[in-house]
Every structure is written in structure tokens, then in C-alpha cells.
Design a protein around this ligand. Structure first.
Ligand code: X2X
Length: 350
């Protein structure tokens, strides 16, 4: 391995051989700034779609750079001791090199990312695509980059469905008094409070023991998280598919790491994130889109009651959360929300 120090040594020791340092090509010098391993942070690893996305990305980059860029995945947000709300700051500061992270977990630092947590905004996969793939997505990329990290591509965690151990949820009244674990952005506290429930914010690492002990009775997460984390073994016997919020994932790199790679490798890494993102989104939607609803059967087979809501039933939840929605429009920025609402309204339904 050639590094700066060995080049320097050659330069000094081989002073008489003036040309000696120049036998090393430019790319070999650039290469000397490369690290042996780049740390990729995720909240969940394999077999979750999210972790599969991280794995696919790492493999594509390794193959396409012939091993010049070697990515290792650190699931469980272990690089920030499991505190997913600190992940964004750690990437910005260089404690984390790369991440595939949820918009929810980065919302405390980038308030516009709360857009995706506005209840009943995206509505369905076509609506989510209209947001992410359109002008709104471009604007969000600009905002995230301005906040200090390099954006590479999009992935998806999924539509977050509400689950609990106590009873079927069909109306906002069914949520009254239920204790829910919610994720780390305050918008979730407001949404669940507006529904008459009793939310507590905690990390994913803390959520599972809290569900196991009954300290909390419910939670919200995509169906693939439900099955991969076996939430039915943590007393989660009722799932309501209300599709209120979907969290995209974003592939990002620390800016200094990004700048340390030569242009060709930067292109490779970005394309790998786009390609891995496409594959990951397909995995995250498997069994949950179009005619293939096999994921629902899979969850029912675990002895869980899965409730589907009609549009009218969803509208009752939407009406109940309106005060919180309106409050968060101000936090996120009314223009951005308006643009997002229009993009969803104009979507082509699948
Ligand atoms: O903590 C969660 O619920 C999870 C795993 O979905 C996120 O990181 C947003």
C-alpha cells in the first residue's frame, strides 16, 4: 500500500534520484487518501430490506471499484451507540463515513425532512414516488446537502402501520389511552397525542424491550420491520394498515470522504446508490403492492389480526390529526408542503 509517508520517505531517501517520486502515477497518489474500510451506518441490518439495501450498495461499490472502496455495514446505529437521532450529526462530523438512513431519524437536524412524516400526505406508493422522484425530492436533496452531507440516492423503509397488543384499531377512539413507542421526531408525539393516545419517544433499540415488558403497548413501523423483528412475539397481535406515513431512506456520504475520492469513483459510488436504492425499494414493497398482497397473509399466519381501513375510515384519522398537521406545515415550510400536496394530487395512480 502506498501512502503519503512512504512517498515522502522515497523523496527524501532517494534525494539523488530526483525523478524517483514521479514514478508513482497521480491516481496512486490520490489513492493514498483512501481508507481501508468505510463505515456505513444503518438502523437495521439483514434480513430487513433496509439492511439488504446497505449490503447491495456495499457489494456494488466493492465490485465496481475493484476493491478500492471497501464498505462495511454497521447496523443498529452502533457508531452512535444506538441513538438514531444522532446519526446525521455523526455523518456530518465524520464519525460515520456513509449511511443509509431514514428521513425520520434525521428530522431533528433537518426540519424539512418532517415533510414525509406529515400524516396521510403521501397516501400510496405512487404518491411517495411523486414526492421523491419529482421536484420535491430534488429540493429535499438540496436541503440535505446544504445541511452538510453528500446525497447519493434514495431508498425506502415503507408505509408505517400501527400495531398494538390490546385491541383492533379502526377509529381514532380505539387509540385512546394506548401507550405507544414513537420514533425520534417530535411530530410523532404530536400526531399520537392528537389521536388521544399516550406516546413515548424512544430508539428502536429501546422499543423492543419496552414492547416485551408491556411498558408500551404499541408501535408503528412498516410490515417488513414487523416480520423481520418478529413483533408478534412482543405481543403485537393487532395491525392496522392505515398507511399514514412512509419514511424514505437516503444514501449519503460525509463530505470530506466524498471529496477524497477521485471523480471516477464518485460516479461509481453515486450510481451504485441509485441502483441499490431501486433494488431496495422493490424489496421493501414486496408483498405490499398491486395484486401481490402476500405480506398481509404472512402476517396473518403469525396469528395477528390485520385490519384494512376504507378511505372513509382513514379520513376520520386524518381529520383528528389536522391540528398537528397544520402546526407542522409551519415548521416544515408552507411552500414546500403545498408543492408536495400538489405533486401527490397529480400522481398517476398505479
Ligand atoms: O426506529 C424505527 O422505528 C425505524 C427502525 O423504523 C427507524 O429507524 C425509523
Amino acid at each position: 500500500m502506498i501512502n503519503r509517508r512512504s512517498l515522502l520517505k522515497v523523496g527524501v531517501a532517494g534525494g539523488a534520484l530526483a525523478a524517483a517520486p514521479y514514478v508513482f502515477s497521480r491516481s496512486a497518489v490520490a489513492q493514498s487518501k483512501y481508507k481501508d474500510e468505510y463505515k456505513l451506518s444503518t438502523v437495521v441490518g439483514l434480513p430487513f430490506p433496509w439492511g439488504q439495501g446497505g449490503e447491495i450498495f456495499g457489494n456494488l461499490v466493492r465490485e465496481r471499484t475493484a476493491g478500492r472502496i471497501n464498505i462495511k455495514m454497521y447496523p443498529g446505529v452502533s457508531l452512535v451507540s444506538g441513538d438514531q437521532t444522532r446519526e446525521f450529526t455523526a455523518i456530518r462530523q465524520g464519525v460515520i463515513d456513509l449511511a443509509l438512513g431514514s428521513t425520520i431519524n434525521w428530522s431533528p437536524q433537518v426540519r424539512e425532512l418532517n415533510l414525509f412524516s406529515l400524516p396521510f400526505l403521501a397516501q400510496d406508493h405512487a404518491g411517495l414516488d411523486a414526492l421523491v422522484q419529482g421536484d420535491v425530492g430534488k429540493q429535499i436533496v438540496g436541503i440535505v446537502e446544504k445541511a452538510g452531507v453528500q446525497v447519493l440516492g434514495w431508498g425506502e423503509n415503507g408505509f408505517r402501520e400501527v400495531t398494538n397488543s390490546k385491541r383492533e384499531i379502526r377509529t381514532p377512539a380505539d387509540m385512546k389511552g394506548l401507550k405507544f413507542r414513537v420514533v425520534g421526531s417530535p411530530i410523532f408525539n404530536d400526531t399520537f397525542t392528537a389521536l388521544g393516545a399516550n406516546p413515548t419517544q424512544m430508539s428502536w433499540a429501546d422499543a423492543q424491550p419496552a414492547l416485551a415488558s408491556g411498558a408500551v403497548e404499541g408501535q408503528e413501523n412498516p410490515m417488513h420491520i414487523f416480520t423481520a423483528a418478529k413483533l408478534h412475539t412482543l405481543s403485537q397481535k393487532f395491525v392496522t394498515r392505515w398507511g399514514y406515513v412512509a419514511d424514505p431512506l437516503i444514501f449519503v456520504a460525509n463530505k470530506d470522504i466524498w471529496a477524497s475520492w477521485d471523480a471516477k469513483d464518485r460516479d461509481i459510488v453515486k450510481q451504485a446508490a441509485v441502483d441499490a436504492g431501486k433494488q431496495e425499494i422493490a424489496i421493501a414493497r414486496k408483498g405490499l403492492s398491486g395484486a401481490d398482497q402476500s405480506m398481509v397473509k404472512e402476517v396473518e399466519a403469525l396469528g395477528v389480526k390485520v385490519t384494512e381501513l376504507s378511505d372513509a375510515e382513514k379520513n376520520a384519522f386524518k381529520a383528528a390529526v389536522k391540528p398537528s398537521y397544520d402546526k407542522w406545515v409551519q415548521q416544515i415550510g408552507a411552500d414546500l408542503v403545498k408543492k408536495a400536496e400538489a405533486a401527490v394530487a397529480a400522481r398517476k395512480k398505479a
